[in-house]
Ligand binder design. Structure first.
Ligand code: FDA
Ligand code: NAD
Length: 455
């Protein structure tokens, strides 16, 4: 059994959705493009009744249905999806609403002649033969393949700790995880939640747990939260803000084991420093691993991802890679990097499709790294690279915006701003892109945002 397409995208997340949108904008023909994605969610919405006679109907049970999921804006899962009131639910956040463009509900793919093979895992790939084998036994062949398989959440077991499968231990990578997290959170209202990890998932989930009225303790090994990006001074602002909302921090230590109730639920979290935290639920956010396994031994791997050139083309000229799984040349920092953020997934997707469909007209992908987060009433943006010396500016007392510049080899290479306006964020992005020379750090600190606004 087999089908052939000109273009196949394996993976159906953010990058796949934006790639499909770009294919349609550039005039893909009906039947040429196919997306294969394994992501599903369990819906409990179907109730079974039987009719005893014409007017007597008896409830039998609720049936859970596995529903396949078309590409959606994954960032919603740690924000609007977890709200106790008016939470975001599909179809409202299908791609490409995250960049204020049209919303691609499953019907859109159908109308544009795009084959969606959903709820289906690709279990092997043969890049020499240009074929994929799905878990249903179908062989799909392609002329061009775009790999958009994203990443998976790292599991505790990979750090030697057991307990990931307990009913009240949650991860957050996909919609099924988010549904599970919502159910566990609702069943623990007023109780104790322990968040393991002080990165993006940890920070965003901790805020959501507080909003859902849980008592939250965050545990992470570093000296401060968001250690991959924040300076100690920036981190202390967010930690104090979180503390003002009731969040407790246990820093510089890691989880070593759980205590369990007789029914297998986690009741306590044991830490390496000898302390123990009571827990009604646990959220784990300890990083990710890109889903490269289909292509290992077939494509060049670098920085844990599929290495691509500035056209997002891998070491096999028919195979492109985009999103979390791709390691691409980030020209502005002069290095190949793998970025785990939605803006790069969206833009790399558009670039790869342009490079495939109009190779002569498509130049190098010249991307300015952009990360952001929104928690409670806070909102920050970061552009560029957090390398070199740091210069903080603005008002860290919480009354106004503040930020930081990173200066490397005498040039501005990175900018961070909390609480900025649209114009101010655009200004720091533009200034970072230009990489102006900076000679006097004290003067830069004095000018603060004015520096970016004047570039
Ligand atoms: P993505 O993970 O979106 O999609 C991969 C898809 O491939 C999945 O649907 C998966 O099921 C499928 N797949 C994998 N292997 C397969 C196989 N063998 N066969 C078939 N299908 C397969 N970033 C940011 O900049 N700002 C933010 O606020 C957030 N917030 C955020 C919240 C949460 C909860 C998460 C988990 C992540 C974020 N991110 C983020 C990160 C951002 O969402 C991420 O960078 C993008 O989703 C990456 O898009 P991809 O398409 O590469 O992977
Ligand atoms: P992360 O890399 O941001 O943070 C991982 C954290 O895990 C580290 O900060 C560290 O504190 C902790 N850690 C590592 N090993 C540990 C251990 N043994 N015990 C305890 N803690 C440990 O990863 P994440 O927070 O899991 O996020 C997953 C992915 O989702 C990332 O790719 C991230 O970019 C993405 N994401 C992004 C956003 C955003 O951009 N706003 C929001 C949510 C998720």
């Amino acid at each position: 059994m087999g089908r052939a397409f000109v273009y196949v995208i394996v993976g159906g997340g953010v990058a796949a959705g934006y790639a499909a949108h770009e294919f349609v904008k550039r005039g893909v023909s009906h039947g040429e493009l196919c997306i294969i994605s394994e992501e599903t969610v369990i819906s409990l919405s179907l109730s079974i009744y039987i009719y005893i006679c014409v007017c007597v109907c008896v409830y039998i049970c609720n049936v859970s249905v596995v529903v396949p999921v078309a590409p959606y804006e994954r960032p919603a899962l740690s924000k609007g999806y977890l709200l106790p009131e008016a939470p975001a639910r599909l179809p409202s956040f299908h791609c490409c609403v995250g960049s204020n463009e049209e919303r691609l509900a499953p019907k859109w793919y159908n109308e544009h002649g795009i084959e969606l093979i959903l709820g289906t895992r690709v279990k092997s790939a043969d890049v020499r033969r240009k074929t994929l084998l799905t878990a249903t036994g179908e062989t799909i062949s392609y002329k061009y393949l775009i790999v958009a398989t994203g990443a998976r959440a790292l599991r505790l077991e990979e750090f030697g700790v057991n307990g990931s499968d307990a009913a009240n231990v949650c991860y957050l990578r996909d919609l099924a995880d988010a549904d599970r997290l919502v159910n566990v959170m609702q069943s623990c209202s007023g109780g104790n939640a322990v968040v393991i990890g002080g990165g993006y998932i940890g920070m965003e989930c901790a805020a959501s747990l507080v909003i859902n009225k849980l008592n939250v303790t965050m545990v992470f090994p570093e000296a401060h939260c968001m250690a991959r990006l924040f300076t100690p001074k920036i981190a202390s602002y967010y930690e104090e803000f979180y503390q003002s909302k009731g969040v407790k921090f246990t820093k510089g230590t890691v989880l070593t084991s759980f205590d369990f109730s007789p029914d297998g639920k986690v009741t306590g979290v044991n830490l390496r420093d000898g302390s123990k935290l009571p827990a009604d639920m646990v959220i784990i956010g300890i990083g990710i691993r890109p889903n490269t396994s289909l292509f290992e031994g077939q494509l060049t791997i670098e920085k844990g991802g599929i290495k691509v050139n500035s056209k997002m083309q891998s070491s096999n000229s028919s195979v492109y890679a985009i999103g979390d799984v791709a390691a691409f040349p980030v020209k502005i920092v002069g290095e190949t990097r793998r970025l785990e953020h939605v803006d790069s997934a969206r833009k790399a997707a558009r670039h790869a499709v342009a490079a495939i469909m109009e190779p002569e007209k498509t130049g190098e992908f010249d991307y300015l790294p952009f990360f952001y987060s929104r928690v409670f009433t806070l909102s920050w943006q970061f552009y560029g690279d957090n390398a070199g010396e740091v210069c903080h500016f603005g008002d860290f007392s919480g009354n106004s915006s503040f930020g930081a510049y990173w200066i490397n080899k005498g040039h501005l290479v990175g900018s961070f701003l909390e609480g900025g306006t649209k114009e101010q964020y655009e200004a720091i992005a533009q200034a970072t892109r230009v990489k102006p020379k900076v000679e006097d750090l004290a003067e830069l600190e004095r000018q603060g945002l004015e520096f970016a606004l004047s570039v």
